[in-house]
Design a protein around this ligand. Structure first.
Ligand code: SAM
Length: 200
């Protein structure tokens, strides 16, 4: 990212707060992909019917407990975003936080998200992304990715999920860049809040 694009790095709590601000505006049937241990479950409006998919067994066990605590019963599925066991055009929104870095196939995942969304439905996500082309940070991300994919749950430091969402057919509704403090001096992670709409 060019120096002019730099912002003051925010904490993980602030990243979560930014995600929850967006998710609080969603209504109807919401699908969360890569729902982890349920860190987003307190974000939703009362009229939301939530479904979560999570492929990791231990995370899914904790997610089930959290989902029940928030009144979302029997709606946690063992599935991957690339192959959603859900009907087409059945959700008003799909959400994700820090997931498209970890999926096996970003394009296939976004095609599935597009399929299960109703026309006019929204993809809302907060993700870390690749740094600007030619930047030192991009070089570091590219060098670190073979290590992070191996040791950190297939996490790619150098992905561009926003371009992939646009290529899948989503139309931008909200796109904000910010930086996440990583604890490594001078190496915050470039992040985005992205909301895209499935065309009618
Ligand atoms: C960095 S964690 C983020 C978890 C949670 N969304 C959060 O914000 O704390 C990435 C999550 O994506 C899940 N994941 C990995 N590959 C996936 C896939 N192909 N489809 C769906 N979720 C996947 C992991 O199991 C993990 O829960």
């Amino acid at each position: 990212m060019a120096a002019a694009d730099r912002t003051v790095p925010v904490s993980r709590d602030e990243l979560r707060r930014r995600a929850h601000d967006v998710f609080a505006g969603l209504h109807g049937r919401v699908l969360e992909v890569g729902a982890g241990e349920g860190e987003n479950l307190d974000a939703f409006a009362n009229d939301v019917t939530w479904t979560g998919i999570e492929p990791d067994e231990e995370s899914r066990r904790l997610l089930n407990i959290e989902a029940r605590r928030y009144g979302f019963v029997e709606q946690v599925l063992d599935a991957r975003c690339e192959d959603l066991p859900l009907p087409s055009e059945s959700f008003d929104a799909v959400i994700a936080t820090l997931v498209f870095c970890s999926v096996t196939d970003v394009e296939a995942s976004l095609a599935e998200v597009m399929r299960v969304l109703k026309p006019g439905g929204t993809l809302a996500c907060v993700e870390h992304v690749q740094a600007a082309k030619g930047s030192a940070r991009r070089l570091i991300q590219n060098a670190a990715t073979p290590i992070s994919t191996r040791w950190d749950g297939n996490c790619h430091w150098n992905r561009d999920p926003v371009s992939a969402a646009r290529a899948a057919g989503f139309v931008d509704e909200q796109f904000e860049r910010f930086e996440l403090a990583t604890g490594v001096p001078f190496l915050p992670a470039p992040c985005v809040v992205y909301v895209g709409v499935k065309p009618n």
